[in-house]
Design a protein around this ligand. Structure first.
Ligand code: PLP
Length: 441
């Protein structure tokens, strides 16, 4: 074992892991859509790290902006005005299309959701917060309670008022459901949510949170009719609609924010990840005009030492410019089509590939034991043999780096990927799925 790995295992606590069971690869170089380990082995970064490395590794414009800001003013308290602070907020508000909106900056996704919860409670004077099962919103005390899957178990019992609802997931809908089209899916899940809102008492509900497109829980793309329906429900009852764009935002789905695919306007938008592509941490909450105005004469009870950190803001300005300079929206549209076709081919060819879901360069597929019954290759929250880790390990061995969730494999490469790179990487995936087909025989 190399000295670096040995030291890491001795001193670092690694996320979401039994520490005795991990083998953290030592990375020595990263460039474009690739990174290399200490043995010189090259990997396709097919999850863009944690779906945040949208512009890949080694982007000079972002690095230079960080260096320049570090030379100029690396830190000044959040109460001061600063060119990059205002520029970053302006660019983000413009990207959202929300006229009159303002930004409160945080350091990451969970913190953005924590502060959105507080803003929603303060603005509405209500206390209940709805969020979806099979959504991830972060792991801190409040954001962890929003999270609707096993990663929130360690937050329980947590603060009161968090209510979960079932969002659209046609592939694994209750057996009695007979959906003929997307409208049926939208109607069914809207009816569930509407009833739940009524049962909980709309006058007690501050906000409904949703990931505009569910990310780490398997790229669950809601029908547009559903998203519009949730917007109408919120408006009807004075509930705030909060779109979590931490993973789906920043051109991942093709549009700058994923909610823009559904022609709605949220009241609050939370973001992080792709706003700086991980070069330095930054996140935030975009508050629509009415909420921003509310805080003109009500003290906003949110604050962080590192809110609107100058280096984060400088990185965000450079990153947003790069999205435009590199025509990222066009590349996502182009490569998204290629990826979609390659995933459909994968499903056609492999017995183990149940459903494929994709929008832009945001995709996942479900591994099943049987296509007819849709029985997942591992049961929900149960994988005693570590089968999914084994499959992810097989991909990694072939140079295809990504991660899994339950029985699903995420494919979400950096948005700068070329068609040639995409086809090469998906060729690896195809070959590894041959082996998985043999495993389920
Ligand atoms: N929201 C979504 C949709 C996410 O995918 C994540 C992280 O993956 C978060 C929030 C939490 O972000 P962070 O890990 O930066 O706190």
């Amino acid at each position: 074992m190399s000295a670096i790995k040995e030291k890491s295992l001795k001193y670092n606590l690694h996320s979401w892991s039994a520490q005795g069971a991990i083998d953290p690869t030592v990375i020595t170089k990263a460039e474009g859509i690739y990174f290399w380990d200490e043995d010189g082995k090259k990997y396709y970064d097919m999850s863009a790290q944690l779906v945040n490395s949208n512009l890949g590794h080694g982007n000079k414009a972002i690095v230079n902006a960080i260096k320049e800001q570090a030379d100029k003013i690396p830190f000044i308290g959040p109460g001061f005005s600063l060119d990059v602070r205002s520029d970053a907020a302006e660019a983000i508000v413009e990207a959202s299309g929300l006229k009159g909106a303002k930004v409160f900056f945080t350091n990451a996704g969970a913190e953005s959701n924590e502060n959105a919860i507080k803003m929603a409670k303060q603005y509405t004077g209500r206390w209940k917060i709805f969020s979806m099962y099979r959504c991830y919103h972060g792991s801190s005390a409040g954001a962890g309670m929003l999270t609707g899957e096993p990663r929130h178990f360690a937050n329980e019992p947590g603060p009161a008022g968090f209510v979960k609802y079932d969002g659209p997931y046609a592939y694994r809908a209750p057996k009695a459901c007979k959906f003929e089209n997307e409208d049926d899916v939208a109607d069914f899940y809207l009816e569930l949510l509407t009833n739940q809102v009524k049962y909980e008492g709309p006058e007690s509900i501050a906000a409904i949170f949703m990931e505009s497109v569910v990310g780490s829980n398997g790229i669950l793309i809601p029908p547009a009719k559903y998203v519009k329906g949730v917007r109408e429900l919120c408006t009807k009852y004075g509930i705030l609609l909060v779109c979590d764009e931490v993973m789906a935002g920043w051109y991942r789905t093709g549009t700058c924010f994923a909610f823009q695919q559904f022609e709605i306007e949220p009241d609050l938008i939370t973001f992080a990840k792709g706003c700086t592509c991980g070069y330095v941490p930054l996140g935030g909450v975009i508050a629509c005009e009415k909420i921003a105005k509310y805080f003109d004469d009500h003290k906003m009870m949110c604050g962080l030492t590192y809110s609107a950190h100058p280096i984060g803001c400088a990185a965000a300005v450079a990153t947003l410019n790069e999205y435009k300079n590199l025509n990222i929206a066009d590349n996502v549209a182009k490569q998204g089509k290629v990826l979609g076709q390659l995933l459909e081919d994968l499903k056609e060819k492999h017995a183990c590939v149940g459903e494929v879901r994709y929008i832009g360069l945001f995709s996942a597929f479900e591994l099943v034991k049987d296509k007819q019954t849709r029985e997942p290759i591992v049961a929900f929250n149960e994988d005693p043999q570590g089968l999914m880790n084994k499959i992810i390990g097989m991909l990694k061995k072939e140079g295809f780096y990504t991660y899994s969730h339950e029985n699903m494999i995420i494919v979400a490469p950096p948005l700068i990927i070329t068609e040639e790179e995409l086809r090469e990487a998906m060729g690896i995936l195809d070959r590894v799925m041959d082996s998985v087909d043999n495993m389920i025989k």
